[in-house]
Design a protein around this ligand. Structure first.
Ligand code: SAM
Length: 289
């Protein structure tokens, strides 16, 4: 039996290791090391550079929370940008919103999308056949630096802040995203697990606070993103969007066709912004600069 370790937290002396039923694909792409394997509990598991990206068993939690929270908080999202998102799991959730007219995904590594086409058809099937979907293979920093239009919602579904993903956690990247956002636009970001990666969250929120009227995060627990709560960064110039009541979100969800979800609900949406004290203290520290 082969065991594959997640090496993301080696520096912390922590390793999750997975018993592999079958390795489906392993390669070094032009940008990163990619391995996909089958696991008894988590199904298909994709790792990039030793970090879990997505599993077929728990993907719904992260994908629903990174999508339905910003889109229903915005309330009138027509143009959406995903930076990263290679496996297309987020794109599949975005396209459930019929009011979304256009979805652009900017992914640096074409082989991740090609690979997802073969191994994650539940995501790529509905996405790649949807005329609203546009795929751009480029570094997200290049795209937002010279955007051809504005977006209502930007979802940064990136790897962690090293290798190709490092630039997606910089002040310059967030400043360029701000220029791409329409008024009352919302940006959300993959921001790690605060218990193990507090500096990642603090650094991003510090940048957000210099650029946006409202900076913070919301949380969800994802079994394969080990270490407790996962933080999703939140940035907007409309301070009211984060504080909408469950009744308002419920109305918007009904208006969006009440598509089925497995984690996200209007109540979970609102509760996700109620941060445990240690995470709230990280956010306050970041906002103090
Ligand atoms: N949900 C996962 C997580 O939280 O770790 C991320 C999933 S998704 C597979 C991450 C994607 O970001 C990868 O496909 C990777 O190629 C892409 N990516 C990394 N750096 C990028 C960059 N600078 N521009 C665009 N895409 C990038």
């Amino acid at each position: 039996m082969r065991w594959i370790p997640e090496t993301l937290f080696d520096a912390l002396g922590l390793r999750m290791t997975y018993a592999v039923d079958r390795v489906l694909h392993e390669a070094r792409t032009g940008h990163q090391h990619l391995v996909l394997f089958e696991h008894t509990l988590f199904g298909k598991v994709l790792m990039l550079d030793g970090a879990i990206q997505v599993t077929t068993r728990d993907e719904f939690i992260y994908h629903e929370m990174m999508t339905h929270v910003p889109i229903l908080a915005h309330g009138n999202a027509r143009d959406v940008l995903i930076v990263g998102g290679g496996d297309c799991g987020i794109a599949e959730e975005v396209l459930k919103h019929k009011a979304v007219r256009r979805l652009t995904q900017v992914e640096i590594d074409a082989s991740v999308v090609d690979f997802a086409r073969e191994h994650f058809p539940a995501f790529t099937g509905p996405v790649l056949s949807d005329p609203r979907f546009e795929l751009v293979i480029d570094d997200g920093m290049n795209f937002v630096a010279a955007p051809d239009r504005r977006f209502d919602v930007i979802i940064v579904d990136s790897t962690d802040p090293h290798g190709p993903g490092a630039v997606l956690f910089t002040y310059d990247f967030y400043a360029a995203c701000k220029r791409c956002l329409g008024t009352a636009g919302v940006m959300v970001t993959q921001n790690g697990v605060p218990f193990l990666q507090p500096d990642e969250l603090v650094a991003s929120v510090r940048h957000f606070a210099r650029l946006f009227a409202d900076a913070g995060c919301y949380v969800a627990a994802i079994p394969t993103y080990v270490g407790g709560h996962m933080a999703m960064g939140w940035a907007s110039d409309d301070v009211s969007l984060r504080a909408l009541a469950p009744e308002t979100i419920t109305q918007r969800y009904r208006g969006a066709g009440q598509f089925p979800t497995r984690y996200w609900t209007p109540e979970v949406h609102c509760a996700a912004f109620a941060l445990p004290r240690f995470i709230a203290e990280h956010v306050e520290r970041a906002k103090r600069g």
